[in-house]
Design a protein. Structure first.
Length: 131
């Protein structure tokens, strides 16, 4: 397995687990039956941090599409070098920072982490196109 695929896998696992804390909050706020019920306008709002984490999760899913496809495209055309490996690793850690900063409402860190992630997948794209 290449380093890029390892970091993609770790990013997928991270993204796949992000829902757990905000669903626990939902159960604490609405109770177990309220958590499992269909959404309603009358639902008691979740904690502010959980609402932000849900948005961070949605953002992670949206960006995983771009990152994942680029990593797989790089694998398909045999582009794997120190730049792509470093970009994949940094992307993962940028997403960790992003979800934490988003959850705890640290806007400038969230924006910086998002930008770093963007630059990482653009680095992979550049490596593919420069081939």
């Amino acid at each position: 397995m290449t380093k890029e695929l390892l970091w993609l896998t770790l990013t997928i696992v991270l993204t796949g687990l992000m829902w757990v804390p905000y669903i626990i909050d939902r159960a604490m706020v609405r109770g177990l039956m309220g958590t499992m019920a269909n959404p309603s306008r009358n639902d008691k709002p979740q904690s502010a941090w959980a609402q932000r984490m849900r948005k961070a999760h949605a953002n992670a899913v949206e960006n995983l599409v771009i990152f994942g496809v680029l990593v797989l495209a790089a694998q398909d055309v045999n582009v794997s070098n120190s730049a792509t490996a470093m970009a994949a690793m940094i992307y993962f850690w940028a997403r960790v920072v992003h979800v934490v900063a988003y959850t705890f409402a640290i806007a400038w860190v969230r924006t910086l982490a998002f930008t770093v992630g963007f630059l990482c997948y653009m680095t992979i794209a550049w490596q593919i196109l420069a081939r």
